[in-house]
Write a protein that binds this ligand. Structure first.
Ligand SMILES: [Zn+2]
Length: 226
């Protein structure tokens, strides 16, 4: 993400702050980097600022560490940021319908050639994802255009599907597709599927904050697992 969130004069910063507050995102680049860090050098103003930020949900923040700004690698006005991800500490992800992501992928078991095939396949599949140009260029933070909302949801969905598809062979290698959770099918799978359908319907309707679809989605995604 690219905005000066510390400045009240930054147009993008004004949009970005409500966005991360609304979604309870954490800004690891703010927490893990020294306060005097900068990732942007303005030659015109002879000044530096911290414009480039990483956002994460609270459960993915834990696995992040050793964040650095690579000042010695600066080749443009923006300076690269590096960080480590302890993949074994990433939260579990369940994608019931796909049947392959029942567990985290153990990346340390993936060989270089498998990683290479994964990277080629990922690039091939992501190239096919059509950019919804009009929706992406829309700058209205309170946009009510239903087509924009549906296009963004579809775009996101296609990226996720492409990544799941290219990761499939790696799951077979490490055998994690066979991992079953005790009681999952008997007690939870049905509700999980209903919750997924409700979430999809809600997303396709433009993620309304109220109304029957929103209520149904909330009911199925929050209440039944507890
Ligand atoms: Zn729009």
């Amino acid at each position: 993400m690219h905005a000066d969130i510390s400045s009240v004069n930054s147009e993008l910063g004004k949009h970005l702050s409500p966005f991360y507050l609304e979604h309870n995102y954490i800004i690891p680049s703010k927490l893990l980097l020294p306060h005097d860090s900068y990732a942007y050098i303005s030659e015109a103003w002879h000044s530096t600022s911290q414009l480039d930020h990483c956002f994460s949900s609270s459960d993915t923040h834990g696995p992040l560490s050793s964040m650095n700004i690579l000042y010695n690698l600066a080749v443009s006005d923006h300076i690269p940021i590096s960080f480590s991800v302890k993949v074994e500490r990433l939260p579990e992800v369940f994608v019931g319908n796909e049947g392959v992501c029942q567990s985290n992928l153990n990346w340390s078991n993936v060989t270089k050639s498998e990683l290479r095939s994964y990277s080629i396949k990922t690039e091939e599949l992501l190239r096919k994802v059509v950019l919804p140009n009009e929706a992406i260029r829309c700058t209205d933070p309170n946009c009510a255009n239903m087509k924009h909302k549906v296009d963004i949801c579809t775009f996101y969905d296609r990226i996720i599907r492409a990544l799941i598809e290219s990761g499939k062979p790696l799951h077979k290698v490490v055998g994690s597709s066979n991992i079953k959770l005790a009681g999952w099918n008997m007690y939870v799978a049905g509700f999980h599927e209903q919750a997924q359908v409700a979430t999809r319907e809600w997303a396709q309707a433009g993620r309304p904050r109220q109304g029957p679809l929103c209520k149904k989605k909330k009911k199925l995604t929050h209440a039944r697992y507890k």
